[in-house]
Design a binder for this molecule. Structure first.
Ligand code: ZN
Length: 268
């Protein structure tokens, strides 16, 4: 289920074979240097997409996903701030007295500084989701550094506090992306509970799939790191009504039985 939903995620955002070929050629040097040429060839043959894109893969370096703490979950919201929907989400979270993490697109944050301040003032964590949401596995090192540094600079300027978490757009990364994030003082973060909420019209369908993931993770002893989208990298004011409603339903469902924590509870 989780694999299937992630593939949906990729299918929505990715293109075809040419995309992967480009990605392979741009990365073979780094992969070979990091783990040896023979293993690099093996990765090229079958495992490359897994290493670069699959949230659970640590072949390209460690990222924070979730600890073995059943009964804990964290809510993360990507691709905002969204002036049309993030305020509604903030009201819902405040109503339940729950804090979350917002992975923001830098160019959106700089256009909505008051909203960013409101999010931080409510006690939520602010994370870096790059300046323009490119696929960082395909982006030059200089641009990766620029995308991350500029976003942190703007966010820190707005909220007056360091940004300690980074989530790569699409989950796409390679060793240098994670190194650059760490050199800027950020922990790279992925997820273990996601569905295609950005294209789903029914909040109930989103909740059903995420609940299934959370319960399955819990049965295996894992905390849940849930991704929803309060924004869209394609449109700053995109309709996120179903995702926001789903967030409210999930919080209502889990707030008495689970500890809903922010990512700093799991490491920074
Ligand atoms: Zn994103």
């Amino acid at each position: 289920m989780q694999r299937a939903s992630h593939l949906v995620h990729l299918a929505v955002y990715k293109c075809g074979t040419a995309h992967w070929k480009r990605m392979l050629s741009s990365l073979v040097t780094e992969v070979s240097a990091g783990i040896g040429a023979a293993a690099g060839v093996g990765l090229m043959a079958g495992g490359f997409a897994y290493a670069a894109m699959w949230p659970g893969s640590e072949i390209f370096g460690q990222s924070l996903i979730a600890p073995m703490r059943p009964g804990e979950l964290t809510l993360t919201f990507d691709d905002g701030p969204n002036p049309a929907w993030t305020p509604r989400l903030l009201d819902i979270l405040a109503h339940h007295d729950v804090r979350a993490t917002f992975f923001m697109v830098g160019s959106y944050a700089t256009a909505e500084p008051e909203l960013v301040r409101r999010i931080a003032a409510a006690g939520h964590l602010i994370g870096n989701h790059s300046w323009s949401h490119p696929n960082l596995a395909l982006t030059s090192i200089d641009r990766v550094r620029n995308e991350l540094a500029k976003t942190s600079e703007v966010l820190e300027d707005i909220v007056g506090a360091p940004v300690s978490f980074f989530r790569p757009p699409f989950g796409a990364r390679r060793p240098s992306v994670l190194r650059i994030a760490r050199s800027l003082g950020m922990v790279p973060v992925l997820w273990n509970a996601m569905t295609s909420d950005w294209s789903e019209q029914s909040a109930e369908a989103i909740v059903k799939r995420l609940t299934h993931s959370v319960d399955r993770l819990e049965a295996r002893g894992w905390a849940a790191n849930i991704v929803l989208h309060d924004g869209s990298h394609l449109d700053m004011g995109a309709n996120r009504g179903p995702s926001i409603a789903a967030a409210g339903q999930l919080v209502a469902r889990y707030k008495d039985s689970h500890r809903i924590v922010t990512l700093d509870a799991w490491g920074a």
